[in-house]
Design a protein around this ligand. Structure first.
Ligand SMILES: [Zn+2]
Length: 271
């Protein structure tokens, strides 16, 4: 991204209102000049009654409380919502599977933006929906694109996003209400340990309902990640639109005090 230098010196000798106007003009110009920003993608699904939640969780509920013209003549609309923390496009805080891990509000905001690295395992998943990411897959990616850089958010592109929000296909089961029957891909314990200890990542993400594969029984990837005080993004949308590297990702969760997870708005800026 180009940087702009300007010779105007905004010192205290300028009247304060002049400085305010000048700063607003300069900032406004930067924000509206498309040549200076990459394309911004929204990697977030909208929340509604079809949003996929973990089978044992409370689904998203939204209801109009007031909706229409008031007696005084103006329009007024307001609604209420409720849901579990872990559903739709959301963030898992480290405390989800590690007692002393950060809660959602404790994750430093600097950790929520980083370099987006996309590992495409669609071909492995095509022949095995229970596939888990292997260290060999990471090695193959690095052969093509170089070492995973520091401050990376590693996103696993399995192709399961194409099934959203069709529960039985997305969760890989004709009985998606039963967690024992789910079939979808994820990370492996070996791969997450490698990423945490041999590389320097901020967090991980995936286009399925969980970073552990659907057939996992004790969620080792969640456990290992939480112990390292790193976060996960689940049900990430539109990973097909990201390049293998070069994009920047920002994931801002609702700041629930003490939260174990939260809905998250994820954007990526393409190079
Ligand atoms: Zn979760």
């Amino acid at each position: 991204m180009r940087t702009t230098t300007f010779s105007l010196s905004l010192t205290c000798s300028w009247p304060s209102w002049t400085r305010v106007i000048l700063i607003a003009l300069l900032l406004g110009g930067c924000a509206t000049n498309p040549s200076r920003t990459g394309t911004i993608l929204d990697l977030t699904y909208s929340f509604d009654e079809d949003t996929v939640y973990w089978p044992t969780n409370e689904p998203f509920h939204w209801e109009k409380a007031s909706w229409g013209p008031t007696l005084k003549g103006y329009w007024y609309a307001s609604a209420v919502y409720s849901a579990s923390e872990h559903g739709g496009t959301h963030l898992d805080a480290p405390i989800h599977f590690a007692e002393s891990g950060w809660t959602v509000d404790e994750i430093p905001v600097a950790n929520l933006t980083g370099k987006a690295i996309v590992l495409d395992i669609r071909s492995q998943v095509e022949s095995n929906p229970d596939y888990s990411l292997q260290i060999d897959d990471i090695a193959r990616w690095e052969d093509s694109y170089g070492l995973i850089p520091p401050k990376a958010v590693v996103l696993l592109y399995t192709g399961f996003g194409q099934y959203w929000p069709e529960k039985s296909r997305y969760l890989g089961s004709f009985t998606p209400e039963d967690p024992m029957t789910l079939h979808f891909p994820g990370f492996s314990a070996e791969a997450i340990s490698f990423l945490l200890h041999k590389r320097e990542i901020l967090g991980i993400g995936i286009d399925t309902a969980s970073i552990d594969p659907g057939q996992s029984r004790d969620f080792p990837v969640h456990q290992i990640l939480g112990q390292a005080n790193c976060y996960a993004l689940e049900n990430v949308a539109h990973l097909d639109r990201l390049p293998p590297r070069g994009a920047r990702i920002t994931a801002l969760p609702m700041k629930i005090r003490g939260g174990t997870g939260a809905p998250v708005r994820i954007i990526a800026i393409l190079p």
